[in-house]
Design a protein around this ligand. Structure first.
Ligand code: ADP
Ligand code: MG
Length: 670
């Protein structure tokens, strides 16, 4: 399209006949600004209005089209209250249909006895046959340009002030004028078998067969996905050709003793993934890899081994966690592993400026934290995303590990890395990402999956219980606490929020403490000062607290093998993936673990949704189901999902299209 004059499709909508400032503003609310936007406004659905039905064959509740002549019409009004109904009776020779409109008395001027009329609507009664607020159009012989009837008709998303008819007419006219100029965004790479774009755009709005809109949508979706993948792959290509990273061949000086002193051997899945990572690290081409694995699948050990390989090669490593709690926990774990190897682990958080080596978890002896770090030996620095994004710099950076988040967009990720000298990147996520989202959000990354948990892991049994069974649940928990186990109670809210019935951490803490006395019960939530949170977590870890009443802050963090019980109330308030994350806090020791989801189960949707968790413990299956049920935006969390705003592609269902777009783009770039 070099040097071409701007297409009329790029003109603002106010250039269209009949679109003034007021309508322009309303269309803008639908995100329609240009003529192209208007043509790409996707109908919510279509109504098949091609075939008319005899009035005497109509059934209550069905939606149908009828054609007849107006036999009578008139307005009935009530003197008090100013309410009225306009009624128009249509006769098609088989029966009479009563069409009613409430409080629209001026309609009487549009309907005249004897006129032919098309009617489309839902039959609300058969005594007499009645439709309320149907769509109608004067049916004139030879009028083949009928927009709203006698065809498969689009139904658009609306905003207050816009009517279906007005919008449909506008799009119909605009198509007649501009469809021929329409091209797919990625014409050069669009499939050879694709119908011409002008046909697709017509099919999208005013199809001649019921299947046509979906076929058209798929073409538009594919085109969108191709454009997106092109951009991703272009960036990746740029990185691979221009970026020089640091080759980290390692020498096993640290990795070997590390693996020997772990106390367990890596699983097959861990070994395979580690091999993939090590192959990347050896080369000067910066690694860009996503490490996926269910909660507890053992990603941390793999990340630690990767870090050691880089440290062996003389470069520094940074690990970023999403919260201070998790950063501190990682620092403790890594200090426990790395200090015996003579390496220094630094925790850098907002509340704790560069502290040398966090204290390790209690069951293990304290490391000799007294010796100051030798600046010449490479080190591991652990902090939060926010902190490191805000300008923290570490030279000779060989590897950046980003833990536990799936909400970074591609651009954000690169921005994070730009400071360094193209270090290798390992992104770890514990929320398994369905493939469609993975290919989109992480399309620029290679992927490694730890697909099986370590052996000997206690199983988590998950149960669904109605609120009325709570006393039994408490009795069960009390019994397990008597046996020496520990428990979590999780609530969706921290404090009361005007008249809501959702249970809160603060209120329930009092109640649970009473129910479980004399066992000691602590409280943990995100609004507590970090020092207080630390204190509570340490007490729980040590077993001084037997139960913890918490908000979803425990979703990430806490690794307490003796905690084998989790009760989640108002479980319907959480996403499935989040619930799965939460229950990943238990089942970490050898004892059988139990997760009880308490919810109002009278709603079949709630029961059906939560039942998925009782059925499977496979994080990918949970994630897939969650995505299907809630859609990508909700699944990822609205605000910073990093998802491109697709108009046509549906990441919950279009896996095949996503894969085909990716394959096509790979081909063109090779
Ligand atoms: P993730 O980060 O994937 O949620 P972790 O790395 O925290 O999981 O591992 C969970 C627990 O399993 C840790 O206590 C870890 O030491 C242990 N673990 C990891 N790999 C193995 C293994 N191969 N065999 C036995 N235990 C393991
Ligand atoms: Mg982890």
């Amino acid at each position: 399209m070099q040097g071409a004059a701007p297409s009329p499709l790029d003109h603002p909508v106010h250039c269209l006949h009949g679109v003034g400032p007021e309508k322009t503003a309303l269309l803008a609310r639908l995100d329609v600004h240009t003529v192209r936007d208007l043509l790409l406004l996707r109908p919510r659905r279509h109504e098949d209005r091609r075939h008319t039905r005899p009035i005497n064959s109509l059934q209550t509740g069905e939606t149908a089209a009828v054609c007849g002549a107006i036999a009578a019409s008139g307005v009935k009004s009530w003197r008090h209250g100013g309410r009225s109904v306009f009624e128009c009776v249509v006769d098609d020779g088989t029966g009479r249909l009563h069409c009613r409109w409430w409080n629209l008395p001026y309609l009487q001027h549009h309907f005249h006895t004897g006129d032919p009329l098309f009617v489309f609507g839902r039959v609300t009664s058969l005594r007499p046959p009645t439709m309320d607020h149907p769509e109608t159009e004067r049916a004139e012989a030879g009028d083949d340009e009928s927009i709203h009837l006698r065809r498969i008709v689009p139904v658009y998303p609306l905003t207050e002030g816009l009517t279906q008819r007005w919008l449909r007419t506008l799009i119909f006219r605009t198509l007649r004028q501009h469809a021929a100029e329409f091209r797919l965004a990625t014409e050069p790479s669009s499939p050879p078998d694709a119908p011409p774009a002008d046909q697709l755009i017509l099919d999208l709005h005013f199809p001649t067969t019921p299947d046509a809109p979906e076929i058209a949508r798929r073409h538009f979706a594919l085109s969108e996905l191709i454009a997106f993948q092109l951009e991703l792959q272009r960036r990746r290509h740029l990185l691979l050709t221009h970026a020089v990273g640091r080759a980290c061949p390692g020498n096993n000086r640290l990795v070997r003793p590390f693996l020997r002193q772990l106390g367990f051997t890596l699983t097959e899945a861990q070994t395979r993934v580690l091999r993939e990572i090590r192959a990347d690290l050896r080369t000067p081409c910066p690694m860009r890899r996503l490490l996926q694995g269910d909660v507890g699948s053992g990603k941390t050990v793999v990340a630690a081994s990767a870090a050691l390989m880089v440290l062996e090669s003389g470069f520094n490593v940074a690990l970023m966690a999403p919260t201070e709690i998790l950063a501190a926990q990682h620092a403790a774990t890594f200090a426990h592993w790395f200090t015996p190897l003579g390496l220094s682990v630094d925790l850098v958080t907002g509340s704790r400026k560069t502290t040398h080596a966090a204290s390790p978890p209690p069951p293990t002896p304290a490391p000799s934290a007294a010796t100051p770090p030798d600046p010449a030996t490479p080190r591991l620095v652990i902090g939060t995303h926010a902190l490191i994004q805000s300008g923290f710099a570490l030279d000779r950076l060989g590897l950046v590990i980003i833990d536990e988040q799936h909400k970074f967009g591609v651009a954000q990720r690169e921005q994070l890395l730009r400071k360094g000298h193209y270090p290798h990147l390992l992104v770890m996520t514990a929320t398994p990402i369905p493939r469609t989202l993975g290919l989109t959000l992480y399309g620029d990354l290679d992927s490694s999956v730890i697909d099986a948990p370590p052996p000997g892991r206690g199983q988590v049994k998950t149960y669904l219980r109605g609120v009325e069974r709570l006393p039994k649940v408490w009795a069960f928990v009390r019994q397990k606490l008597d046996e020496g186990r520990q428990a979590f109670f999780v609530y969706p809210r921290v404090e009361e929020d005007d008249g809501d019935t959702v249970k809160t951490v603060v209120a329930e803490h009092r109640r649970i403490a009473r129910e479980l006395a004399p066992h000691s019960v602590g409280m943990l939530h995100g609004q507590m000062p970090p020092a207080e949170r630390d204190r509570i977590m340490t007490a729980f870890r040590r077993g001084d607290l037997k139960a913890l009443v918490a908000s979803s802050v425990i979703e990430v963090g806490l690794d307490v093998p003796n905690a084998t019980l989790m009760v989640i109330e108002n479980a319907e308030r959480f996403g499935l993936a989040q619930l799965h994350q939460l229950r990943g806090r238990i089942g970490r020791g050898a004892h059988q673990s139990y997760c009880v989801l308490v919810a109002d189960l009278r709603r079949p949707e709630t029961r059906q949704r939560l039942a998925i968790l009782a059925e499977t413990h496979n994080g990918f299956r949970v994630a897939e189901a969650d995505l299907q049920l809630r859609g990508p935006g909700e699944f990822l969390g609205q605000s910073q999902s990093g998802l491109p705003p697709f108009r046509f592609a549906n990441l919950a269902t279009d896996l095949e299209l996503v894969e085909s777009a990716r394959a096509r783009v790979r081909q063109t770039l090779l």
